[in-house]
Design a protein around this ligand. Structure first.
Ligand code: ADP
Ligand code: ZN
Length: 628
C-alpha cells in the first residue's frame, strides 16, 4: 500500500487531470491496482477469481494458454498483500522483459539470475533488506544458492509465484531438476500463498505439479485453451513461394512474423528469396554462427516488419508479444507442436493469423521419417497416431478450432467464425469414384510415376511421355478430364492423408498404393472428400483474407500509428529495452484511433496506467497533436 501511495504521490502533479478517483489513503483493491498501475479497466476471464483467491492467502494452480494473462494473476495479489512477491522463473529473457515492463509502470522490480552482473544482484538484495521492492524475479538455481533462503526468511513476502510450473514434471520436455526442490517453500514459508502457473494443460502434468510442489490444498483454475485472436488457415501447397508471398503481402504494414520450415537449408533459401522480393527476412536455425543467430534474434525482438524464417529451433524464449503471423511451409510434427508453434503469434491478445500449406509429398516425407526411425514399434505407433490426428485436422471440412480444441479435450459447440473453414466453407462429397479413378491410374501405370504424370494420364493430356509409355492406350486415360490439376492433387493429398496413397522417395517420388486400397477399388469402402476449388474458381473467390480480424489500424490513422511506433522505438533504444516493454501495439493502436489530446483522455486508453500517464503523457499527446 505504501508502494502505491508512493507511486501516486510521485505523480500527484498529474493526478488532477485524472477522471478516475484516487484514494491515496485507503488500501488499494485489486481493481485499483489493475486500473491505476496497469491501466486496464476490467479483469479477463478467470483473472478476478484467481486474484481474489490468492490475495486472500489461498494457494492456486493456474492453467491458462499463452497470452491468457497469467502474469497479472500473481502480480496484482503480490501488490495487494503486504511484503513483496517472489516469482520463480526459468526463462531469463522473459524475466528481464517482465522486470523492464514492471518498472515502466512504476513498480520496484528486480531480477536475480545468472545473466546479470554482481551489481544488479547486490541492488536486488539491498532492496529486499530495506523492503524497497514490489516484485523479485529469480531463477530457480539462484533461489537455492547458499544463504538465499535464509535471506528470504528475514523478509516479508507477499506470495511465491512459480512460473512455467510444468518444469517440475518429468513428462514434459522442459523438466528442471531444481523445480523439484521448490516444495521446500511450503515448509519454510508457512502462511505465504503460492501460485503455480503454466500453459501446459495435460492431466499428468497437472497431477505432477500439485504433488511435487506440495500444492494439495491449492485451488485449480483451468482456463479454455482456445486462442480466440488467432485465425487458422490451411491450404493445399500449389506453388509455395507465390502463395507465401501473397500471404505476406496481405499482412498489415510493419507486421512481424515467423515462417517455419523443416530444414536448415530451406530456411536459408526461403529467407534469401524473400529478401529478393523486398521483405525484411532472416534465416534462423541451430547451425548458424552464434553471432549471426543472436543478431537475428535481436532484430526480431527490436524491429517492426521483420520476418524470421526458422526451423523449430526458433521459439523457446521468444517473448515478443506482438508476433502477428506464423506461417508453416512444412507440416509440424504433431498437433501439439502445431499448437505450440502457432501459439507464438498474438501473445498480446491482438488479432493474428497462422497459415500453412502442405501437399501429399509432405505427408509422405513425415511418414517416411517415422517408418525409417530407430524408434521402438510402440513409439512408432504413437507417432503414427499423432500424424493421423494432425492430418485429420488439416483435412477437416469442419471448424478448425473445434477440431483443435477437441483434440485437447475441450468441446466447443459453436463454430468459431475465425478460421478458413468458417470464413469460406468447403463442401464434402462422396469421392469414391474419384478415389477409384486415381487408384486405378496409379495401378495401371505400374506404381512408377509421380503425381504430375498420373494427373496427366487422368486428365488425358497429350504429352511425349504419355505416348512414349503408351499411357494414352490405358482405360484410365482421360477419365478425370472434368477436374483440373489442382483438384486432382487435392485428391492425391487427401488419399495420402488417409493412407490410401503413398509416395516412394527412393523411386523419385512415385505414387504407390497403400495397403487398404482393394476395398475402395471394389466399392466396399466409401471415401469422403472435400471439394477443392479449381484454378478458375480460385481466381474468382478471394482468399478468406482478414475478414474476421478487427483490430487493424484504419488507413487514415496509419501515419499516426507509425509516428507513435517511431516514438516508442526511439525511447526503447535510449533505454536499451525492446519496444514492447515500453508499451504494447494495442495501446498505440487505440491512441491512433481515439487521438487523445489531453492527459485525461489519454488516461482512458487501455494500458495507460498512472505511471505511464505521468511519464509519457505529454510526449504522447504531443505526437497526437503534431499529426493534426
Ligand atoms: P501469459 O503470461 O498468460 O502468456 P500475459 O500475462 O503476458 O500472458 O498477458 C498477455 C497480454 O494480455 C499482455 O499484453 C497483457 O498486458 C494483456 N492483459 C492481461 N490481462 C489483461 C486485462 N485484464 N485487460 C487487458 N489486457 C490484459
Ligand atoms: Zn472456425
Amino acid at each position: 500500500m505504501a508502494r502505491l501511495g508512493r507511486l501516486l504521490v510521485l505523480d500527484r502533479r498529474h493526478l488532477r487531470h485524472l477522471r478516475r478517483p484516487v484514494h491515496l489513503l485507503t488500501v488499494p483493491t485489486p481493481h485499483d491496482i489493475l486500473a491505476h498501475v496497469f491501466g486496464y479497466n476490467a479483469f479477463r476471464g478467470e483473472q478476478q477469481a484467481i486474484v481474489e483467491h490468492v490475495t486472500a492467502g489461498g494457494d492456486a494452480l493456474v492453467l491458462m494458454p499463452t497470452g491468457g494473462g497469467k502474469s497479472l494473476c500473481y502480480q496484482i495479489p503480490a501488490l495487494a498483500r503486504d511484503g513483496f512477491g517472489v516469482v520463480i522463473s526459468p526463462l531469463i529473457a522473459l524475466m528481464q522483459d517482465q522486470v523492464g515492463a514492471l518498472r515502466e509502470v512504476g513498480l520496484r522490480a528486480h531480477a536475480i539470475n545468472s545473466a546479470q552482473n554482481g551489481g544488479a544482484r547486490r541492488a536486488a538484495e539491498q532492496a529486499m533488506r530495506s523492503g524497497d521492492i514490489d516484485l523479485l524475479y529469480i531463477a530457480p538455481e539462484r533461489l537455492f544458492a547458499e544463504g538465499f533462503l535464509e535471506l528470504l526468511e528475514e523478509c516479508r513476502i507477499s506470495l511465491f509465484a512459480i512460473d512455467e510450473a510444468h518444469c517440475v514434471s518429468q513428462w514434459g520436455h522442459d523438466f528442471r531438476p531444481e523445480y523439484l526442490r521448490l516444495s521446500v517453500l511450503a515448509q519454510r514459508f508457512r502462511g505465504v500463498p503460492r501460485i503455480a502457473v503454466t500453459a501446459t494443460a495435460d492431466r499428468a502434468t497437472r497431477r505432477d505439479i500439485l504433488e511435487r510442489l506440495d500444492l494439495d490444498a491449492a485451488r485449480v483454475f483451468v482456463a479454455s485453451f482456445d486462442r480466440p485472436n488467432i485465425q487458422y488457415r490451411i491450404g493445399p501447397k500449389i506453388a509455395e513461394r507465390r502463395q507465401l508471398k501473397d500471404f505476406l503481402a496481405e499482412q498489415e504494414r510493419g507486421a512481424t512474423g515467423i515462417v517455419y520450415c523443416l530444414s536448415r537449408s530451406r530456411t536459408e533459401t526461403t529467407a534469401e528469396w524473400l529478401r529478393e522480393q523486398g521483405f525484411d527476412a532472416m534465416p534462423y536455425h541451430a547451425g548458424l554462427d552464434p553471432d549471426v543467430r543472436s543478431r537475428a534474434l535481436e532484430r526480431f525482438v527490436r524491429d517492426d516488419g521483420v520476418i524470421v524464417v526458422a526451423t523449430i529451433a526458433f521459439g523457446l524464449g521468444i517473448n515478443r508479444p506482438d508476433v502477428r503471423f506464423v506461417a508453416h511451409l512444412d507440416l509440424p510434427k504433431s498437433l501439439e507442436a502445431y499448437y505450440q508453434e502457432t501459439g507464438r503469434a498474438g501473445r498480446d491478445g491482438e488479432p493474428s493469423v497462422v497459415w500453412m500449406v502442405y501437399g501429399a509429398e509432405d505427408i509422405a516425407k513425415i511418414r517416411g521419417f517415422i517408418e525409417s526411425s530407430e524408434a521402438s514399434d510402440e513409439q512408432k505407433r504413437v507417432e503414427r497416431r499423432k500424424l493421423d490426428a494432425l492430418l485429420g485436422f488439416c483435412e477437416t471440412a469442419d471448424c478448425r478450432r473445434q477440431v483443435l480444441l477437441r483434440y485437447f479435450g475441450e468441446e466447443r459447440l459453436e463454430p468459431c467464425g475465425n478460421c478458413d473453414r468458417c470464413l469460406s466453407p468447403v463442401e464434402s462429397f462422396d469421392g469414391t469414384t474419384d478415389a477409384q479413378k486415381l487408384l486405378s491410374a496409379i495401378y495401371r501405370t505400374g506404381q512408377r510415376f509421380g503425381a504430375g504424370h498420373v494427373v496427366d494420364v487422368l486428365r488425358g493430356k497429350d504429352s511425349d511421355k504419355i505416348r512414349r509409355f503408351g499411357h494414352d492406350k490405358l482405360s484410365v486415360f482421360g477419365v478425370g478430364a472434368e477436374r483440373d490439376d489442382i483438384q486432382w492433387r487435392s485428391v492425391i493429398r487427401q488419399l495420402s492423408a488417409m493412407g490410401l496413397v503413398a509416395t516412394d522417395f527412393e523411386a523419385y517420388g512415385a505414387l504407390t498404393l497403400g495397403p487398404e486400397v482393394r476395398e475402395v477399388l471394389r466399392g466396399e469402402r466409401r471415401v469422403l472428400l472435400t471439394r477443392e476449388p479449381s484454378r478458375k474458381e480460385r481466381r474468382r473467390v478471394a482468399a478468406p483474407g482478414r475478414a474476421a480480424r478487427k483490430a487493424e489500424v484504419a488507413e487514415a490513422d496509419q501515419p499516426l500509428f507509425e509516428a507513435l511506433r517511431q516514438w516508442r522505438r526511439g525511447l526503447a533504444a535510449a533505454r536499451g529495452v525492446p519496444p514492447y516493454v515500453i508499451c504494447h501495439d494495442a495501446t498505440l493502436r487505440e491512441i491512433a484511433s481515439r487521438r487523445p489530446r489531453s492527459l485525461a483522455e489519454l488516461a482512458d486508453i487501455p494500458g495507460i496506467g498512472d505511471m505511464k500517464l505521468a511519464q509519457y503523457g505529454e510526449a504522447l499527446t504531443q505526437v497526437v497533436r503534431e499529426d493534426g
